[in-house]
Design a protein around this ligand. Structure first.
Ligand code: NAD
Length: 459
């Protein structure tokens, strides 16, 4: 296994600065070559990536391909990069008639990408695509908690990329802190809100811009005007994929009282359809990443009343898909991000109660609404704030490259995916150019007699 010595961090950053200074990454052809190289490297190591994800999270092969599907984002970037990187003409007003204005996207330099453990491959590679597309050098630090995936990422990059261009630093808090002590041109962090604050504080020392892709409790409102069968399947899938360890999984349901029983019965039936009578033996159901997270989740089972599931097995870090009714808003289950296969259900009689509850909490990363009622859709969009919204489905918003993905408030700062990734890792340099064919004197001293004209021009 190849790992980067922590004592070497300063040296790697310097070598990346030197490489950046050569101007090589500014060449769009070079960037496209590197994106193709990345795609090829992923395809070559597909099987090892699947195995690493299986070892870390017992991730079913199909779900692993959702991570490896990041290749689609590489193709999207390759297709659009020439256009994205072109200088864009900007409009000028009539009084600037002798000028032309352009916006030049330019790379930032050397960037740091820190990833989480839940989609440990995808959430490192996806931002990296933006960093490469925009012409940066990058240091990536995968999560030490998903150690097998972290090792395979290290192997892939050691084999296919020069560390003076893209380097991997493995390790936990110590490695992160060592990196954060250095100056970067951008830090892209995916993880929890608490650590996000630590990242931002460290970045402030050098005025380093940050993108923070954080978590939180994403609510899911279920109205009566739905196709119940489709609703049930989409919620059950979105909640229990990766055993609920998905940043945009529906954290809790807010259900119209009139449909609650049908919804619960539907989820129960759907869970059997997905994972059989005993999800423990299903090849399609993941495990909790670590003992620490397992213990945290089992503690939630004390809150409310378990109406589906609740079984667990510490030796396997298995927690059955669980639905909990009669929770109190003060329960820890409703205070903390769940990030596991436990789904609390809260009923409402008027949707205003659901909206008020959402608005009394930190702004979520995702908000889900199941309803065909156009007025209700409009109302929820208007009266709530969240990183994104998905209507009549879950999770799928993450796969649409033309939609920027990110949080707001406690759920994050900035966004990425598609063009937004390119923008995140670029600086928009404004360039104004004048010509020499005319030089009106209205702005030059002596000012005597010029005030009326200035007032007219600027007023
Ligand atoms: P985490 O915040 O514990 O760790 C993320 C990364 O930060 C890891 O690489 C870790 O080594 C590093 N880290 C941990 N403690 C640190 C410290 N004190 N100083 C510096 N670095 C430190 O997050 P996690 O447990 O890996 O992931 C779960 C969280 O991530 C959840 O809250 C989830 O919602 C969120 N998440 C968000 C997104 C998104 O796209 N917005 C995606 C996945 C996960």
């Amino acid at each position: 296994m190849i790992t980067t010595e922590l004592s070497n961090v300063g040296h790697i950053i310097q070598s990346q600065r030197d490489f950046f200074q050569t101007g090589k990454t500014k060449d769009v052809t070079f960037r496209i070559e590197q994106l193709k190289n990345l795609k090829q490297a992923i395809i070559e190591h597909e099987q090892s990536i699947v195995e690493a994800l299986q070892a870390d999270l017992h991730k079913p092969e199909v779900e692993s391909y959702l991570e490896i599907g990041v290749i689609k984002e590489i193709d999207y970037a390759i297709k659009h990069l020439q256009n994205w990187s072109k200088p864009k003409k900007a409009a000028v007003s009539w009084d600037f008639f002798s000028y032309s204005a352009r916006i030049y996207p330019e790379p930032l330099g050397v960037v740091l990408i820190i990833g989480p453990w839940n989609y440990p491959f995808n959430l490192i590679i996806s931002p990296l695509i933006g960093a490469i597309a925009a012409g940066n050098c990058a240091i990536i630090k995968p999560s030490e908690v998903a150690s097998h995936t972290s090792h395979i990422i290290t192997e892939i990059f050691a084999k296919h990329f020069d560390p003076a261009y893209i380097a991997v630093v493995e390790g936990g808090v110590e490695a992160s802190q060592k990196l954060l002590a250095e100056k970067f041109d951008h830090i892209f962090f995916t993880g929890g809100t608490a650590v996000g604050k630590i990242i931002m504080a460290a970045a402030a020392k050098y005025l380093t811009p940050v993108t923070l892709e954080l978590g939180g409790k994403s609510p899911c409102i279920v109205d009566t005007d739905i196709n119940l069968e489709h609703t049930v399947r989409r919620i059950t899938w979105g909640k229990f994929i990766n055993a609920g360890q998905t940043c945009i999984a529906p954290d809790y349901l807010l259900v119209d009282k009139k449909i609650k029983k049908d919804l619960i019965d539907g989820i129960e039936k759907c869970l059997k359809e997905f994972y059989g009578d005993n999800p423990l033996t299903s090849p399609d159901y993941a495990r909790i990443i670590s003992q620490k997270h397992f213990d945290r989740l089992v503690n939630f089972l004390k809150d409310g009343e378990v109406i589906i599931g609740g079984e667990n097995q510490p030796s396997e870090r298995y927690i059955a898909p669980t639905v909990i009714d009669n929770v109190s808003l003060e329960d820890s289950l409703m205070q903390e991000e769940i990030f596991g296969p436990i789904l609390p259900i809260i009923e409402y009689t008027d949707v205003a109660e659901a909206i008020a509850l959402i608005n009394s909490r930190p702004k979520p990363l995702a908000l889900y609404l199941f309803s065909q009622n156009k007025n209700l859709q409009k109302r929820v969009l208007q009266e709530t704030s969240s990183g994104g919204v998905c209507i009549n489905d879950t999770i799928m918003q993450v796969g649409v490259s033309s939609l920027p993905f990110g949080g707001v408030g406690d759920s994050g700062i900035g966004n990425y995916h598609g063009k937004a990734s390119f923008d995140t890792f670029s600086h928009d340099k404004s360039v104004l150019q004048n010509s020499f064919w005319l030089d009106l004197k209205w702005r030059y001293a002596p000012y005597e007699g010029k005030l009326p004209l200035i007032k007219k021009l600027l007023g």
